[in-house]
Design a protein around this ligand. Structure first.
Ligand SMILES: [Zn+2]
Length: 206
């Protein structure tokens, strides 16, 4: 099995690291992963993804604003000479800095702890791709994929991959799309792998 991404349980986000691919999720019981190429990525459109991004930027903004307010308060406060109050403020500032450092570490560690944001999993089988997002599973025949579109975002270092589908699949799933993470080289290689499978699907259909 060729894989890319964190490969969490798509249903609950549990990090499946260290668990055999075909074993059911120990958290929610969803089936394990199958297929000869399995790719996980961040959903592109879901509210949860948007919320996660918002929370993420808030976790940086809040401590920064807090420090600014404290720094100003430090100067203008009538209690400026009160040693006890100064000590409290110093503690608060330390706490704010600690939160910032924590947010930074969490960002760096996000990939190894807690629940994964990569809730889109694509499982490529010989003739179809199973698109799993949350509890939803849709099977798209490879011959229905007319194009594998990839947009590389060099700033965020991720690739938006979209399976452009035709026929019945289009009505069933719309355009499945996800953001690939990881090293850019690996992202490029996996897009190539997806394209090869899609064109192989076409060759079989003919
Ligand atoms: Zn699960």
């Amino acid at each position: 099995m060729v894989t890319h991404g964190e490969l969490p349980c798509p249903a609950c986000g549990y990090q499946r690291r260290g668990i055999p691919h075909d074993t059911a999720c120990p958290e929610c019981g969803a089936r394990g992963l199958s297929g000869d190429l399995v790719v996980s990525g961040t959903p592109t459109e879901t509210p949860e993804a948007k919320l996660a991004e918002r929370v993420h930027s808030l976790s940086h903004l809040v401590p920064a604003v807090l420090i600014l307010i404290l720094a100003i308060a430090w100067e203008v406060s009538p209690f400026g000479l009160d040693r006890m109050f100064t000590r409290v403020r110093a503690l608060l500032m330390l706490a704010a800095i600690a939160i910032m450092v924590y947010a930074w570490i969490r960002r760096r560690r996000r990939n190894t702890t807690g629940l994964s944001l990569e809730r889109c999993v694509w499982e490529f089988e010989p003739d179809a791709v199973v698109v799993r997002e949350y509890a939803k599973e849709t099977r798209i025949p490879l011959r229905d994929i007319t194009e594998v579109s990839a947009q590389i975002d060099f700033v965020k270092r991720r690739t938006r991959v979209t399976l452009v589908t035709a026929g019945a699949s289009l009505g069933a799933v719309g355009l499945p799309s996800l953001f690939l993470g990881g090293p850019l080289d690996a992202q490029r290689a996996i897009v190539e792998g997806i394209r090869q499978r899609a064109s192989r699907g076409h060759a079989q259909a003919r």
